[in-house]
Design a protein around this ligand. Structure first.
Ligand code: G4P
Length: 288
């Protein structure tokens, strides 16, 4: 269920995250690997301050493998540890635990030196809706996961889930809002299904998406819709008109929009990533 965000919701979400922050050692910032920037919350840095952070690029099974590597390099250069996962995989638990220990390695070593007994790392998962927070929590909880009871001060009703001897997770993830004031970000979120379909007109989503795939993954478009190289010279709008006819939908363009959007989400057009490092590097330089 996608949340409609209003200023009241935003400040409440922010407050909830900040209240729980003091009980955790590390924040897992969960994003969709297909949208490593567009599925981030713009305020996260401000909200969590200097709390240690692990960025988790989830849904790696759906993302462009080459770009995922580029994104990990990008975040490394930004000084951010990142991890690429598929929350549906069993191996995720070990990977996430090892990465969390790695981020906190200095603190763990310091505690040990001071004779402080080592305890499980406490984690809060934070992200915008639909990035896979519940799926990851369920994966980390596993079948045998035991709740370890309420701790004083933690928002009522919240529980710690023990993932293994090294990791305890707050069972309620922090849900923050996406950067929906940016039109292009909205199109990207809509195409991947991260925001409700009725927030952005389907024709706009389809034109954006088809253009993107024609430019970046032309062979997938050719294969899926049995096209020729010459068809790729058409504009996205002309290709929509052509394909709607070709598929026997007459002039029912909505039918084509629905088909295309579903094809993208179902991976029928292959693995893809909508944020490209090259489009963000230049922005950074301007800021510096
Ligand atoms: P949220 O709590 O952050 O809102 O996200 P949630 O876990 O509900 O996940 C949103 C959708 O993303 C779900 O699909 C979920 O199965 C899918 N998902 C989560 N992690 C991964 C992943 O690593 N890989 C893939 N391929 N999908 C992932 P859904 O369509 O809502 O439900 P369903 O497909 O599970 O039926």
């Amino acid at each position: 269920a996608t949340i409609q965000w209003f200023p009241g919701h935003m400040s409440k979400a922010r407050r909830q995250v900040q209240e729980n922050l003091k009980y955790v050692d590390i924040v897992f910032e969960l994003v969709d690997a297909r949208l490593p920037i567009s599925s981030r919350n713009p305020m996260l840095g401000k909200i969590i301050g200097d709390k240690p952070r692990l960025m988790i690029l989830n849904k790696k099974d759906l993302a462009d493998e080459k770009l995922s590597i580029e994104w990990q390099n990008y975040f490394r250069q930004e000084g951010l540890n990142s991890l690429l996962i598929d929350s549906k995989e069993q191996a995720t638990v070990k990977k996430v635990t090892a990465a969390a220990k790695n981020v906190l390695a200095d603190k763990i070593a310091r505690d040990k030196e001071r004779g402080i007994q080592e305890r499980a790392i406490r984690v809060m998962v934070i992200g915008i809706p639909n990035v896979g927070k519940s799926t990851l929590l369920n994966r980390l909880a596993g079948k045998k996961a035991a709740q370890v009871g309420n701790r004083p001060g933690v928002t009522k009703g919240q529980q710690w889930i023990r993932s293994n001897k090294d990791l305890e997770i707050l069972d309620t993830p922090g849900i923050l809002w996406p950067k929906f004031e940016d039109q292009l970000v909205g199109l990207k979120l809509a195409l991947t299904g991260a925001i409700k379909d009725d927030l952005i007109p389907k024709d706009e989503i389809t034109i954006y998406g088809l253009e993107y795939f024609m430019t970046n993954y032309p062979n997938e478009v050719i294969k899926r819709y049995k096209l020729t190289d010459a068809d790729m010279e058409l504009s996205a709008v002309d290709l929509i008109i052509y394909l709607t006819k070709k598929l026997g939908f007459k002039d029912d363009y909505d039918r084509f929009y629905d088909l295309f959007i579903k094809d993208v989400r179902d991976g029928k057009l292959g693995k893809f990533t909508l944020d490209r490092v090259i489009d963000f590097e230049s922005e950074d330089e301007e800021v510096e």
